[in-house]
Design a binder for this molecule. Structure first.
Ligand code: GN1
Ligand code: MG
Length: 371
């Protein structure tokens, strides 16, 4: 559990929250690259289990604002769920557990920020063996999520990470890391640097199109890794989790990021690149589900960018992984020194595979959006 001992969590952190039941066990959970997440098991079957998270406040610098976003988003969705009277699909929601003092988070003496959620069971499945039915459901869940947040009043949410999917900014960071070369890793990443450079102009065109204002800003999730969608035992989506980056953004970012993770035939940090390929069937199923929900509110300018958004997001994340590798691993959690380089190589291979499939992707989106 890194620097957090189970005893410290049980004795000093959990008592600050309004939990019911007796804590039986605390263990690390999930594979997020930013926050620390723990599963809190309570004794017996009567009281619920919980998820405890230590928020990375070096990355999310305004924790108060972030938690205010969280409360607004979850309560807005909850109201929609209640009024729609729907019980299946993505119509359940994360539930915050307040501190005994009624706050949405607890700051301890070491300046760690903790929040607690009701545990929501994700029926386990293998990420490299996703069925088309699950992909379709995931697509619907995303479309539905964007739809439910579409009437949040403007200015409701703070920007938790400025310029998050801003490619021009990400490329500036990339160039700065190359110029600085702070830990002398540049020579071990030359081929990848070259691959990034080779696609920059072409993909900056997409960035410029977005900046030109033809695509409306919406409330979007911005971290739609497929494993941020929870599923029940019938492969029905429960809800989207990891809401820290929910803020104003572009619908296509969410679509592209979900496809980036779903359509990869290997895990994001697989080092054997022969295993990394783009899965067209999953792309098609997800797109079908997404468009079933989103076709009614998406503008033509957005639909036109759906296919390219997959390469766009894959490229942005590749740039971010490579920047972090060259810069000395200051952002994403790593388990070994070349972890970020391996992730960047993986994304660049996926990008290449998507690039080859692009024409077919465009025609699938066309077919799915034909009236
Ligand atoms: C981070 O926290 P996690 O692992 O869900 C990152 C995403 C990246 C992702 C790559 C706040 O998400 O943008 O796509 O890693 N989140 C943040 O796996 O930077
Ligand atoms: Mg996340």
């Amino acid at each position: 559990m890194g620097q957090f001992s189970k005893d410290n969590i049980i004795n000093n952190v959990l008592p600050k929250f309004r939990l019911s039941g007796t804590v039986e066990d605390v263990r690390p959970m999930g594979d997020g690259h930013i926050n620390d997440t723990f599963f809190v098991k309570t004794l017996g079957d009567v009281s619920p289990d919980y998820v405890l998270q230590r928020i990375n406040h070096y990355i999310f610098t305004d924790v108060k604002g972030l938690m205010a976003n969280f409360e607004k988003v979850t309560s807005h969705i909850e109201k929609k769920v209640i009024s729609s009277k729907r019980t299946e699909g993505s119509h359940r929601q994360l539930k915050l557990i307040y501190t005994v003092e009624g706050a949405s988070f607890y700051k301890d003496e070491d300046d760690s920020f903790w929040r607690c959620l009701l545990f929501c069971r994700n029926h386990p499945y293998k990420e490299t063996e996703i069925s088309p039915a699950r992909a379709y459901e995931g697509g619907r869940a995303l479309g539905n999520f964007q739809q439910m947040l579409s009437d949040l009043p403007e200015g409701s949410l703070i920007e938790t990470i400025p310029d998050f999917h801003n490619l021009s900014y990400r490329l500036d960071q990339f160039h700065r890391s190359i110029e600085g070369n702070p830990v002398n890793r540049l020579s071990s990443a030359e081929a990848e640097v070259e691959k990034v450079m080779a696609r920059s102009e072409e993909l900056l065109v997409i960035h410029n199109l977005l900046e030109s204002g033809k695509n409306p800003k919406r409330i979007t999730h911005n971290d739609t890794k497929f494993n941020n969608i929870l599923f029940d035992e019938n492969e029905k989506a429960i809800c989207l989790i990891d809401l820290d980056t929910v803020m104003e953004g572009y619908a296509i970012h969410d679509f592209g990021d979900a496809i980036r993770t779903l359509s990869n035939t290997a895990e994001e940090d697989e080092s054997d690149l022969t295993k990394v390929n783009f899965d067209m069937n999953l792309f098609e199923s997800f797109s079908e589900g997404y468009l079933k929900e989103a076709k009614s509110f998406l503008m033509v300018a957005e639909i036109d960018l759906l296919a390219i958004s997959c390469q766009f997001l894959t490229y942005i994340i590749a740039v971010r992984f490579l920047t972090d590798y060259i810069g000395g691993d200051t952002y994403f959690k790593v388990s070994y020194p070349t972890h970020n380089l391996v992730r960047a190589k993986n994304q660049l291979k996926l990008l290449e595979s998507m690039h080859q499939s692009y024409t077919e992707m465009v025609s699938i989106i066309r077919q799915l959006t034909r009236d």
